[in-house]
Design a protein. Structure first.
Length: 221
């Protein structure tokens, strides 16, 4: 359980600044072992030699279209900071934190999550989600259509999830049994909007170990 305590502490910091910095070249907390200067994509036109490692391969040409609206955008920083978003959203859903979810999800996704939370509460159930570790992340797609940027990230994680009743009795799942989960989360941002937030727009069906209790609802079936 020590890992989830760590993530909860990180989430307290992240949720205060996550909305406006996802994809920016910002500093990182002590929990990270990677020097952020290795991945920064500077906007200084006088120093064009600084290249974002994820973007030099040319797999994601639409990053250039994002940078037309946001010159400070870095795909590598986005991937790194998306891990924080993943942890925060998992925790917010388990904790039924509607106000936080509303700021992190699109209206469509929020409606699905809110419905799941309401149904859970109607049955007097509590969800437990213990995120042990994020083993890896991978950008799977970057697109821009009608000024809406969409970035998909594959997360591979080990976590435990369970549902308990009002007395704390476990009804589904196992809070002590870790399972490997692989999901693709897609984030969207309106590039012409004054709102710089990236919002969770879709969650693909989970792969890997079958989980009795889904840590978050899937939006794509």
């Amino acid at each position: 359980m020590s890992e989830i305590i760590l993530y909860a502490a990180i989430a307290t910091i992240i949720c205060a600044m996550l909305y406006s910095v996802l994809g920016k070249s910002v500093g990182r907390g002590p929990e990270s072992a990677v020097d952020p200067t290795q991945f920064m994509a500077k906007t200084d036109v006088g120093n064009p030699a600084i290249i974002d490692p994820l973007e030099e391969y040319g797999d994601f040409p639409n990053v250039g279209n994002i940078r037309k609206f946001d010159p400070g955008f870095s795909l590598t920083q986005f991937q790194d900071q998306a891990q924080g978003a993943y942890a925060v959203i998992l925790d917010a859903f388990a904790e039924a934190d509607r106000s936080l979810l509303k700021e992190l999800l699109t209206k469509k996704v929020y409606a699905l999550y809110e419905e799941a939370i309401t149904n859970r509460e109607a049955d007097n159930l509590t969800q437990i989600t213990d995120l042990a570790r994020i083993m890896g992340t991978n950008i799977t797609g970057v697109s821009v259509k009608n000024n809406i940027a969409r970035i998909s990230v594959e997360f591979e994680a080990e976590l435990a999830s369970a549902l308990t009743d009002a007395d704390g009795k476990v009804l589904q799942g196992d809070p002590n049994l870790l399972s490997r989960s692989t999901e693709i989360w897609s984030f969207e941002r309106d590039l012409k909007s004054s709102n710089p937030n990236w919002l969770l727009a879709d969650v693909a069906a989970s792969e890997g170990d079958e989980q009795e209790v889904d840590p978050t609802p899937d939006t794509l079936h």
